[in-house]
Design a protein around this ligand. Structure first.
Ligand code: 5GP
Ligand code: MG
Length: 181
């Protein structure tokens, strides 16, 4: 059977099976924290697929969290870094709750640092972060995730919600775009 055009140009790095296994372990780790009135805040757009699978895995571990979204965008450099702006804010009450921020990639750290400060400033009882991929090589801000899916090489990855120029978000795996030369 012919592969889709996208699959031909993206070299798999983490398969959907690997991702699913890791997410179940992450959900177990989060469930073990015994969170009070838990609120999951997924950072759009990149985390939508990860968040959806993580939330279903959390259900399997007995959690009944409320779900919200914050749409953040960073400006100032081509693909990441620079100033972070809120394109869509959370609407849930945050005061006194244990919040878990979910994002796709921790890269320079600007986005997660911003998101954590935002949630803390709204009076959360605690703020944790669950990140699918950690690119430690490019960190500029001293911020850490409480739960991490995979260490990620210092390469641009796509798929599983993550894009390159609005493409590849639909892929069920994470991969590297092969260069044309
Ligand atoms: P940070 O603010 O930590 O530099 O950037 C985090 C955000 O940059 C991620 O949530 C993601 O949206 C984007 N990003 C960083 N590295 C990559 C990458 O390799 N691929 C894609 N698609 N997005 C990335
Ligand atoms: Mg993102």
């Amino acid at each position: 059977m012919a592969e889709s055009p996208a699959a031909e140009t993206v070299e798999p790095l983490f398969s959907s099976q690997e991702i699913a296994r890791r997410i179940d372990a992450l959900a177990g780790d989060i469930a073990a924290c015994d969170l009070h009135d838990p609120l999951i805040v997924a950072v759009l757009k990149g985390s939508f697929m990860f968040a959806a699978d993580l939330i279903r895995a959390l259900h399997g571990h007995g959690l009944t969290p409320e779900i919200d979204f914050v749409f953040l965008a960073s400006y100032g450099e081509s693909t990441t870094g620079g100033e972070v702006k809120i394109l869509r804010d959370v609407t849930s009450a945050i005061e006194g709750r244990d919040v878990v921020i979910v994002d796709d990639i921790l890269d320079t750290g600007q986005t997660l640092d911003f998101a954590k400060s935002l949630i803390k400033s709204r009076g959360a009882r605690s703020v944790r972060a669950c990140i699918l991929l950690d690119k430690t090589a490019r960190r500029q801000v001293d911020v850490t995730a409480d739960f991490t899916g995979f260490a990620c090489p210092d390469k641009f990855v796509v798929g599983y919600g993550m894009d390159l120029g609005h493409r590849y978000r639909e892929l069920p795996f994470i991969g590297l775009v092969k260069s044309e030369d």
